[in-house]
Design a protein around this ligand. Structure first.
Ligand code: FES
Length: 232
């Protein structure tokens, strides 16, 4: 399946998940929320690819994860170009919420730099509070609050970026309530994607206002309003 190859130069643990640094040309880096289908070179042709998401806030190197247990520094990876739709911060947003639900917040950290660069106030909402790995990567200007803080003040954000596994969509409704939301947002809906973006198997289907959509091609980042009230 290889279109690209890259070497895994370093393996790190971020919030308990293995992540790796890739020596990939920056022009080919995935945006936050996009994914790279990847296999370790030499893996059998029938092996399913792993989907690697950008993790962390570093802009000088590409850190991706989660990494399978058997991948180590020096491994060559066969990759496809970035797949799917990623997050797009509205340039006019001045109060940006990042919400990690039933997930470590690493996949949202690439948004912190661009958000601060447009002079937005940024708050990371998550439970439990971030691990020391994450706190070390968080710019000091980013506030951290529990999920209850978001529920209690839905008037604060003017844009909300969420990361969750598909099965947690109903919990998002519990947090955001069932009224029309006063802000825009996007949700990274993570699910198994066995046919790696070919849109053939249907395993990655997500229920939206417009009917079933495929996370591998229509997402994995969806407009918040498309998925939140459907999930209830
Ligand atoms: S992964 Fe097969 S349709 Fe999406």
């Amino acid at each position: 399946m290889a279109e690209l190859t890259a070497t895994l130069t370093e393996v790190v643990l971020i919030d308990g998940e293995r992540a790796g640094v890739l020596d990939l040309n920056p022009a080919l880096w995935p945006a936050a929320g996009q994914y790279l289908p990847a296999q370790r070179s030499g893996t059998g042709a029938g092996a399913l690819p792993v989907h690697l998401f950008r993790i962390g806030k570093t802009i000088t190197q590409l850190t991706v994860g989660p990494l399978p247990a058997g991948w180590f520094p020096g491994d060559r990876l066969a990759l496809l170009r970035p797949h799917g739709k990623g997050f797009e911060l509205p340039f006019s947003a001045r109060r940006i919420g990042l919400c990690a639900l039933d997930a470590p917040p690493g996949r949202l950290l690439p948004l912190t730099g661009p958000a601060l660069a447009q002079d937005a106030a940024v708050t990371l909402f998550c439970d439990p509070q971030p691990s020391p790995d994450i706190l070390r990567q968080l710019p000091s200007a980013v506030e951290v609050a529990p999920l209850a803080g978001l529920s209690a003040d839905l008037g604060w954000p003017d844009y909300l970026a969420v990361d969750l596994p598909r099965e947690s969509l109903p919990r998002l409704v519990e947090i955001l309530g069932d009224e029309k939301l006063p802000f825009a947002g996007q949700v990274l809906v993570r699910t198994a994607m066995p046919c790696r973006g070919l849109g053939e198997c249907g395993v990655c289907a997500v229920e939206t206002r417009g009917g079933l959509r495929l996370a591998c091609v229509d997402g994995p980042v969806f407009p918040l309003q498309e998925v939140v009230h459907v999930a209830g």
